[in-house]
Design a protein around this ligand. Structure first.
Ligand SMILES: Cc1cc2nc3c(=O)[nH]c(=O)nc-3n(C[C@H](O)[C@H](O)[C@H](O)COP(=O)(O)OP(=O)(O)OC[C@H]3O[C@@H](n4cnc5c(N)ncnc54)[C@H](O)[C@@H]3O)c2cc1C
Length: 383
């Protein structure tokens, strides 16, 4: 294990690997990623891996638009020898309450003004896109054909391999158990293997464990973690191109390239903790919700279920960038269930901040300070 690093990144999920790649691409030497298990073992490998530009805040629309542009060329840019399975089958988001419909009209206006190819649809038009959609009770829908999904393991692997080629060192099964500070500055990390790495810059990209990692540096983050679960069906022939999503019905459901349906929903009663066990309650509620909205799926056998952690902030927006309390400590945390799709921009923006460049998109409003200032960036369109 090396003894000194220019930058130590804690967490080998999509965010940590993207930050490492972007730093190395900018010429930062001696970048280290420390991952307590294997790459993508956290939320990244457990997520729906959906990517959408249909957001209710300008910030998320802009971040997602640029990230999707990256995903479209990721194989070439990262010189990956495999397919990251980026399928742009679109997102069809349905409204079943007047409140939602009103929000959708606002969202579409914002998204169109930014150049996102989105359409406001009647339930009948939505059914033309997904013929097995039950439109009873639906008021409207929005559809963007450029949204889609990827394989999260392969995408992380592509970033990690590209980062390694540029000289980044990645240590898996190496947990950070301590962060050393001196006179208000970061000065090193201690690993579970007993090694100490001196560094002036540490990036907390620890996903569901970001609060615990920040605590090692004496920082209290306004985030919490919460279990979210996913159900997978047996594979069948292609029958659904877009991800179907509803905020009020609290569901998302997509068919993967190999034919399985992957679906998830949040549970308002979920406690805030680090559990990633599977529950019968989820299985029961998920099956009922999906078979009501997409009835033919009721005939499919369930083959798998798993859970992962959402790391959530009070305004459901990530916290990105340095903090004023501790020099050299950067945050890429609190993605609140949509950090996979933002990872290309997360990596670029954090790297730009570290090397002292102007950021591609102004992101001061995503700093941790916003909570102290009371300037929240509330995102209305989340599951
Ligand atoms: C069920 C579910 C569905 C989701 N669906 C989507 C979706 O469709 N689209 C989307 O964009 N996002 C989705 N998300 C959110 C997305 O998964 C996350 O926002 C994203 O993967 C965060 O990536 P990350 O690299 O920041 O964190 P993670 O992938 O959690 O990586 C953090 C890593 O840090 C490691 N770590 C923690 N503590 C330490 C330590 N002390 N030392 C060393 N390593 C440590 C962990 O082992 C982990 O591998 C979903 C999440 C879940 C749970």
């Amino acid at each position: 294990m090396i003894k000194t690093a220019d930058v130590v990144i804690i967490g080998g999920g999509i965010s940590g690997c993207s930050i490492a790649y972007n730093l190395a691409k900018k010429g930062v030497k001696n970048v280290v990623v420390l991952e307590k298990k294997y790459l993508a073992s956290g939320a990244t490998g457990r997520c729906g891996a959906g990517v959408r530009q249909q957001w209710g805040t300008e910030m998320n629309c802009r971040l997602a638009m640029k990230s999707i542009k990256f995903f479209e060329n990721a194989k070439e840019e990262l010189e990956y020898d495999r397919d990251i399975e980026f399928k742009q089958g679109g997102y069809l988001i349905v409204a079943s309450t007047e409140k939602e419909d009103k929000q959708f009209k606002k969202n579409v206006e914002l998204q169109k003004s930014l150049g996102i190819p989105v359409e406001y649809l009647s339930p009948k038009e939505a059914k033309e896109i997904v013929p097995h959609l039950n439109i009873e009770g639906l008021i409207s829908a929005t559809y963007c054909p450029k949204d889609g999904h990827l394989n999260p393991f392969l995408t992380t692997d592509a970033y990690a391999k590209a980062a390694k080629r540029l000289g980044v060192k990645i240590y898996t099964f190496t947990e950070v158990v301590g962060i050393k500070t001196n006179a208000g500055k970061v000065c090193g990390v201690i690993t579970s293997k007993g090694d100490e790495i001196s560094t002036r810059i540490v990036v907390n990209a620890a996903g569901g464990y970001s609060k615990q990692v920040a605590k090692m540096a004496g920082i209290d983050l306004p985030v919490y973690s919460e279990r979210h679960q996913i159900l997978v069906t047996e594979p069948v022939e292609p029958m659904q191109k877009p991800m179907v999503m509803s905020f009020s019905l609290n569901i998302y459901c997509q068919q993967t390239p190999h034919g399985s349906f992957i679906m998830g929903r949040g549970d308002p009663d979920e406690p805030r903790d680090l559990r990633i066990t599977s529950s019968w309650k989820f299985l029961d509620e998920m099956s009922k919700t999906v078979t009501n909205l997409l009835p033919p799926l009721g005939k499919l056998r369930i083959i798998r279920q798993w859970a992962g952690l959402y790391n959530i902030t009070p305004d459901k927006q990530p916290i990105l960038g340095p903090i004023k309390e501790l020099e050299g400590f950067y945050l890429a945390v609190g993605f609140s269930g949509h950090g996979f799709m933002l990872a290309p921009m997360t990596g670029l923006l954090i790297a730009e901040q570290i090397v002292g460049e102007e950021t591609t998109i102004p992101i001061h409003m995503l700093s941790k300070d916003r909570f102290e200032r009371g300037e929240l960036v509330l995102e209305p369109s989340v599951v």
